[in-house]
Design a protein around this ligand. Sequence first.
Ligand code: BGC
Length: 350
Amino acid sequence: MVPFCLRTNWIRPIRVVLTLFSLPRTAYTPGVWSAVSCSFSHPFKTSHTIRPISSSFFYHQMASICMMPSSAVPHVKSRCPQYPGSNVKRFPVPDANVDWSQKWPQYSPVSYTAPSVTNKPAWADPDIGSFHPRFNCVDGNVDRTSFEGSYNVEMGKPLNPRGRTGLTGRGLLGRWGPNHAADPIVTRWKVDAKGAKVHHPVSKRPVLQFVSIKRKDCGEWAIPGGMVDPGEQISLTLQREFSEEALNSLAVLPSERAEIQERINKLFKSPGFQVYKGYVDDPRNTDNAWMETVAVNFHDESGNSVSELPLQAGDDAGQVQWVDLDSSLALYANHSHFLELVAKERKAHW
Ligand code: BGC
């Protein structure tokens, strides 16, 4: 792990570069966050910026800034003993052996790719052998670049940049290498009957609420995110997933559609606060396929934009509701970590 003093040395030059290019402000740089709180409950680095989210130039800048030794943050959920949706048990990987640089001849991971993936759905790659994807680049319509920087490819298969998971193949994930998702965090202030902000009795800070869905696949509460379709702009994925999962836009009556669409467009056009961008410690991860996401906060400050729309679960969501932000939240993957960052940024209760 890079000592804190070394990391801080490059934070200032990064800020200067961002300023020179007139890029939006960065509240936390990845290095700072990792250095001050490398713990299992927050095993992620963070790019923390208020900016419009469509600048690909900015993504590329941040992708290279975000490079960190994988050994600094051992993933945990990616080593869960039983692979989700199956009876498959991962080969146990102790913390000390997660990093690929650690020689471990006894490592004997289980190979597993779920039938839902081998059945060749449109969203999944074929098996390696008959198929030769171009890794570490945009391959046709499929973005195979990683926010973690360049990843290694061994015997034609990409290696998880955060290390061993005890399982090879793709499990439930469709793509070899990075599988890109986007997470819209839609928030509003909690108010009382008179419309005044509610403050938490202990922290004395105002309470934020976010739109949360109960995932159909695992029953856990989560941000209504989803996978980036091939060739799709992340800004569109954020808006589409929110509309489909939290407002059930796919089933809405045509008469209501225009009104809903207008409010959503307005909120998602506002400059989102990019909360996180990078690897996700997801239980579906394998040695050869893993989740990455961009989480962006869209805030309805006045409470009269999307806050007034009736929530209705759709697509991959079983239920949907506004939930108070609080440190006791136990959510899917690293979603509670994203919310903690939102609460800090907006000076809300956590
Ligand atoms: C979910 C996202 C999540 C990502 C990584 C996707 O399937 O829709 O909400 O952040 O996986 O766990």
